[in-house]
Design a protein around this ligand. Structure first.
Ligand code: KG4
Ligand code: ZN
Length: 359
């Protein structure tokens, strides 16, 4: 039988636990013995989407209870997939923030208690750091430094990433996040939760001629800085929906056209600001992370825009775009091998609000 990577080369194995919102994720990562690149050993994920769908959004109390129910079976599953035992784990990373307080507490209490029992150190991880490092697990990972476009349900930020732990905020949204804009406008169009994937699917069926007739704003496109604002877009869509309703033309074709127009407006702003961030920093690598990074149209548009600038664009594997345990384990591992001192297990604090530059 093959020897486990850990005992053959004494490479660290980090267990990661994610529970900041509506996904429970557990994963194990290590370093490749030949290349030294991070390697995913095994992961398990449970999404609560079906449970929250009935309420049209995440119900925090239900999220916390479900994390409690899922986390142990998911740990077993991840260990089985990685073919390792708990004794081989060297450190335990968990999402300490930002996110829903109760949901974060489940993951942190679980990780701290497990680490205490195993006498292993812990690594509290910033959720967004997990997202922005997640492309390092892809088959073609980016080199540092790079510009990161972080687009999730709660955040829209452009960051300069010099190395692990060195992040400079270049610009962010002044109000709604890009994911929130997808979710809120999807709701206006009567689509289920989460809205992003549903809106994007509906948009694919739109007739281009009809889409071209719908004029939506590109908020802050020409603001000259790297700030975003998406709240106005929701109001603009609401006005269009009401007008179409009043005229009796809010049929399936119109809903699809509205979906495509919103998606295009969000993408136009994200792409223009990302290109501007590359120009401003003089960097030639763009990393896209967070749930909205799963959007196919955004990916294609960024690839074209970066090619034009002779810049490279990197994405996480599709299944690592949305929340998962692998990105948390990875951030913990990279901090650990970068010389960070892990914390002794016992006691915990979560930070529901936590700027990444303070991590
Ligand atoms: O990163 P993530 O899983 O959770 C947060 O940390 O917020 O991002 C979730 C967000 C949601 O707003 C969801 O609608 C959006 O990502 N999203 C998408 C797509 N897949 C997920 N938005 C647009 N197109 C998609 N394909
Ligand atoms: Zn996230």
């Amino acid at each position: 039988m093959d020897q486990p990577v850990s005992s053959a080369r004494k490479l660290p194995i980090v267990l990661g636990v994610e529970s900041s919102c509506d996904e429970t994720g557990v994963a194990l990562v290590t370093l490749d013995p030949d290349t030294g690149a991070p390697r995913l050993l095994g992961q398990a994920l449970h999404t609560q989407v079906a449970m929250h769908a009935a309420y049209g959004g995440v119900v925090p109390e239900l999220a916390s209870r479900d994390h409690i129910r899922r986390v142990v079976p998911l740990l077993r599953q991840a260990l089985a997939e990685a073919s390792i035992s708990l004794a081989e784990v060297d450190a335990i990373a968990y999402t300490a923030g930002p996110g829903l307080a109760g949901a974060l507490l489940v993951g942190s209490a679980f990780a701290e208690a497990l680490a205490f029992a195993l006498e292993k150190p812990v690594l509290p991880v910033h959720h967004l750091e997990g997202h922005l490092l997640s492309p390092l697990l892809a088959s073609t990972p980016p080199e540092f430094p790079f510009v990161a476009l972080l687009v999730s349900g709660g955040h829209t930020q452009l960051m300069r990433v010099t190395k692990v732990g060195e992040y400079e905020l270049l610009g962010e949204t002044l109000d709604d996040a890009a994911g929130e804009a997808f979710d809120k406008t999807a709701k206006l169009l009567g689509l289920g939760y989460p809205g992003g994937p549903a809106l994007s699917k509906l948009a694919e069926t739109a007739e281009p001629g009809l889409v071209a007739e719908i004029k939506l704003p590109r908020p802050m496109l020409h603001s000259g800085d790297l700030e975003f604002s998406f709240a106005g877009l929701k109001t603009a869509v609401l006005t269009k929906v009401k007008a179409a309703q009043a005229e009796g033309v809010l049929n399936e074709a119109m809903r699809a056209a509205l979906a495509a127009a919103v998606e295009q407006a969000i993408i136009d702003v994200l792409v223009a600001k990302s290109v501007q961030a590359l120009k401003q920093t003089g960097l030639s690598r763009l990393v896209v992370a967070g749930g909205v990074g799963a959007n196919r149209h955004l990916r294609e548009t960024l690839v074209t825009a970066c090619k034009r600038r002779k810049a490279e664009v990197y994405f996480p594997e599709l299944d690592l775009c949305t929340d998962n345990g692998a990105m948390i384990a990875l951030a913990g591992l990279l901090r650990l091998v970068g010389g960070a001192t892990p914390k002794t297990a016992g006691g915990f604090s979560v930070k529901p609000r936590w700027p990444l530059i303070d991590a």
